[in-house]
Ligand binder design. Structure first.
Ligand SMILES: [Zn+2]
Ligand SMILES: [Zn+2]
Length: 336
């Protein structure tokens, strides 16, 4: 998951393969550049946090969840169907509003047409690979039945841990700087986790059993993001257990899960930006991950940490990178 920059030009770039693509080559986070790039790093963080952005919205939603939509910790000391069901319904509603809202906006009412849409094609409406021959329905079922369930189960376990003092607690009043810093660290931590578990998921036996389900989606939409096999949900969402070790607050847990779940919906929108006028808007889709869905054996991570660059699997969007991926794939076939 990542936020790609809003292209500043009025005329979007296009190519034979893409209806629209951001300026190429696509960048990685400058936070890990060597020698250090303090100015670019500041700009990257400012773009993420000092304006209305996806992560800013998730942070505000996480605060609202804690203040208005969370059973009291006193009630969560013992596992009970009532408070866990309440959390499940809340999370389900958030998912439906986010993925459903984006799907209606972009794909049903087509409010933005194809402006800033990566793939020129529409979603696959039917296909035998999908449950009931329907891509969106298939994606919705896996997302709601399995994805939201695992998300809620992990969240409930942590809340139970906080309620009983098993999970280390951080309060804003005692550590305001660390409290805020956590929000910037979580996307970096999940990027590290995502790269490695995603490589694991491409290990052929695990790919066949689990991850191939997510890759039914070659052309992606908001409901594709969390459309995964339950085994993948269990692995993908497990980054949350860092809170079991590192001191934090339930608001961080909510933000972390929103980043992994609603963030998956937004980054799979297939559009770079939700435009509010001709040229500006909220960053959504990640071309970095769109390339993974098109070419498979590249971009296992995201732009928050340059793991793909370090390990030679980075596709920067250029035709030369496509050629390299194809050659690598052909090489693998010959070896088999
Ligand atoms: Zn994959
Ligand atoms: Zn994906």
């Amino acid at each position: 998951m990542s936020s790609e920059p809003v292209a500043s030009k009025a005329e979007p770039a296009s190519s034979r393969e893409w209806h629209y693509h951001p300026d190429l080559p696509i960048p990685n986070s400058p936070l890990f550049a060597w020698p250090p790039q303090p100015i670019d790093s500041f700009r990257w963080l400012a773009k993420s946090w000092l304006r209305i952005s996806e992560r800013m919205i998730f942070a505000l939603v996480a605060v609202a969840m804690w203040l208005y939509c969370q059973p009291s910790l006193e009630d969560c000391k013992m596992f009970g169907i009532d408070w866990i069901a309440q959390m499940y319904l809340r999370n389900l509603l958030l998912m439906v509003m986010c993925a459903g809202g984006l799907h209606l906006y972009f794909f049903v009412y087509k409010k933005q047409g194809k402006k800033r849409k990566f793939d020129p094609r529409d979603l696959t409406r039917s296909g035998r690979a999908f449950t009931m021959n329907n891509q969106v329905l298939d994606n919705m079922i896996w997302t709601c039945a399995s994805g939201v369930t695992v998300w809620t189960a992990y969240e409930a376990l942590l809340i139970w841990g906080y309620a009983n003092g098993y999970v280390p607690w951080m309060s804003f009043s005692e550590h305001p700087v660390l409290f805020l810093l956590w929000f910037a660290v979580i996307p970096v931590w999940t990027s590290f986790h995502f790269y490695w578990i995603h490589r694991l998921l491409h290990w052929p036996p695990l790919y066949r059993v689990a991850h191939s389900l997510h890759h039914r989606n070659v052309n992606i939409g908001p409901w594709s993001g969390l459309s995964m096999h339950p085994i993948e949900h269990v692995i993908y969402l497990s980054s949350i257990f860092i809170h079991w070790i590192v001191v934090s607050h339930p608001i961080h847990v909510f933000f972390h899960n929103l980043w992994n779940t609603l963030g998956a919906a937004t980054t799979h929108t297939g559009y770079e930006t939700l435009l509010v006028d001709e040229d500006r808007g909220i960053d959504l889709g990640a071309f970095h991950h769109q390339l993974h869905h098109r070419y498979f054996e590249c971009n296992y991570g995201n732009a928050e940490m340059p793991w793909d660059k370090w390990f030679g699997s980075f596709h920067d969007g250029s035709p030369e990178a496509t050629e390299r991926v194809r050659e690598r794939r052909n090489g693998h076939r010959l070896q088999r």
